[in-house]
Each structure stands twice: as structure tokens, then as C-alpha cells.
Design a binder for this molecule. Structure first.
Ligand SMILES: Nc1ncnc2c1ncn2[C@@H]1O[C@H](COP(=O)(O)OP(=O)(O)OP(=O)(O)O)[C@@H](O)[C@H]1O
Ligand SMILES: O=P(O)(O)OC[C@H]1O[C@H](OP(=O)(O)OP(=O)(O)O)[C@H](O)[C@@H]1O
Length: 229
């Protein structure tokens, strides 16, 4: 038996995860060709590297197909409504910091807060005959946040990438997405509503509470976590 460790298969999250483990004496590497999703672990026995999409890691942990996984807090909270029952947070990794925010066109001078958005949404519906559209891939988190803050006159529009572009493309009036430097928002003439972020996220190491652990697995896990902590 082995402990399965799920790590993002590409991009900045993969590179920084490899660095973070490497600094703690556990070397993770992609093997095979550039396009092959195969990996190797050195520095600890009995651990298998599974390369996955960052967005799939929460569900793989929740189903117990992997024992450990690295992904953002945002993706865990979005995909797993009862995440605390299914996952244990082992360690925040200190990278991949980003805020989930709501943004509107910079030219909406009267809209700076959620209250303003609520008023603008009512006016929008009266003027246009349909609800103001908020584009996002974080459906659950945004719906909960807006409900909690009493904003009801809106509709969510799904956007799985390049979300800041939807306002220019006239498929939505507002967006909810992750930002770190704010450059993408500025470049697309959007401004963040001033009530603080919906959620602050960072890359985190998680352990599945529902995966099966044999006695040898428990030994491997404890040796690995000793190195990492
Ligand atoms: N600009 C950013 N700065 C820091 N972290 C970010 C940034 N954009 C996204 N992230 C974080 O990286 C993680 C992965 O993001 P995302 O879901 O966009 O993955 P992806 O690279 O599109 O991968 P995949 O589509 O394979 O799931 C998320 O936890 C997210 O918060
Ligand atoms: O605040 P910034 O530093 O400009 O970063 C924000 C951007 O980073 C992420 O996109 P990513 O590059 O992952 O691409 P995506 O739009 O395809 O998700 C996010 O969705 C924003 O678009």
C-alpha cells in the first residue's frame, strides 16, 4: 500500500509545491515526456505522486482516492460544502495567496460597496428587464456571500476562465474572481467593491479524513508529515 499525494499538474502551483516539498527533503518531480502526467517521489518511501488539476483535488480527497493533496483554500471551500468533515488542514504553504473578490466596471462611480451594488442591481432590473449578471466559477461561495449580505437582484453566469473579459464582451455586468496583484482587474477597467474579500485563499496541504489507511500507510504518513512539519 502507498500514500497517494495529489499535486497540481501544471503552472505556478505545481512549481511552488515542488519547491516547498524539496526544501523539506522530499523531492517531487514530473517524469516522462513534457505531456505525460507521471511523477516520482524521492526522500521518503511509500509515497506515490498523483498529478491532478487543482480544481479536482478537493473531490479526490473527499472521495478518499488520494490521502494527501495540495490545492487552494478557495477550491476546497467552493467544491466541498462540508469540507471540515472530509478534510483536515495539515499546513498552509505560504504561496498561492489570492483574494476572491467582487468587481464592477471602474466607470460605475456610484458603486463602491455591496449596498451600492444592491441598489444598482434593483435599478438595473427596472431599466433592462433582466437581473444584473455576475460572472464567476465560484458559484457556491458567491451565492452564499451575496445572500448573507442581502443582495438578491442578480443572476450568476458561469465563467471558467478569462472572467475579467466578460464585462467588455457584454455577457455580464460584474465579476467574482481570484486576484493577487490586481493587474488583470486594472487592465480590464474593473474595480473591487470595498467591503473586503469574499475569501482569502492560499495553497494548503490537506489530508483526507475518509481515505483508508492501513497500518503501514499510517507509518508512511507519519514519517512524511514529520519531515514536512
Ligand atoms: N493570480 C493568482 N495568484 C495566486 N494564486 C492564484 C492566482 N490565480 C489562481 N490562483 C490560485 O491557484 C489555484 C488554482 O487556480 P485555478 O483553478 O485557476 O487553476 P488552473 O491553473 O486553472 O488549473 P486547473 O484548470 O487545472 O484546475 C487556486 O487555488 C487559486 O486560488
Ligand atoms: O490579480 P492578478 O495578479 O492579475 O491575477 C488574477 C488572475 O489570475 C487568475 O487567472 P489565471 O492566470 O489562473 O488564468 P484563468 O483566468 O484562466 O483562471 C485569476 O483568475 C485572474 O484572472
Amino acid at each position: 500500500m502507498t500514500i497517494k499525494l495529489g499535486v497540481p499538474s501544471k503552472g505556478r502551483l505545481m512549481d511552488k509545491t515542488f519547491d516547498w516539498f524539496g526544501k523539506r527533503g522530499v523531492s517531487l518531480a514530473r517524469t516522462g515526456s513534457d505531456r505525460e502526467y507521471a511523477g516520482a517521489v524521492e526522500g521518503v518511501e511509500g509515497v506515490e505522486l498523483v498529478l491532478l488539476s487543482a480544481g479536482e483535488i478537493p473531490r479526490e480527497l473527499a472521495s478518499g482516492r488520494i490521502h494527501l493533496g495540495v490545492t487552494g483554500t478557495d477550491l476546497v471551500r467552493e467544491k466541498l460544502p462540508r469540507w471540515e468533515q472530509q478534510l483536515e488542514e495539515v499546513a498552509p504553504l505560504g504561496f498561492g495567496q489570492a483574494d476572491l473578490i467582487l468587481a464592477v466596471p471602474s466607470c460605475w462611480v456610484d458603486v463602491e460597496t455591496l449596498d451600492d451594488l444592491d441598489a444598482a442591481a434593483s435599478a438595473f432590473r427596472a431599466n433592462h428587464g433582466f437581473r444584473l449578471r455576475v460572472a464567476t466559477k465560484y458559484h457556491r461561495l458567491v451565492r452564499e456571500y451575496l445572500q448573507h449580505n442581502g443582495v438578491a437582484d442578480y443572476q450568476l453566469v458561469d465563467s471558467q476562465g478569462a472572467t475579467e473579459g466578460v464585462v467588455k464582451n457584454e455577457t455580464a455586468e460584474a465579476i467574482a474572481d481570484i486576484t493577487s496583484t490586481g493587474e488583470t482587474l486594472r487592465a480590464n477597467h474593473l474595480k473591487i467593491l470595498g467591503d473586503g474579500p469574499i475569501l482569502k485563499s492560499q495553497a494548503t496541504l490537506w489530508r483526507s479524513r475518509v481515505a483508508t489507511y492501513s497500518d503501514p500507510d499510517r507509518k508512511v504518513l507519519s514519517a512524511l508529515l514529520d519531515k514536512l512539519r
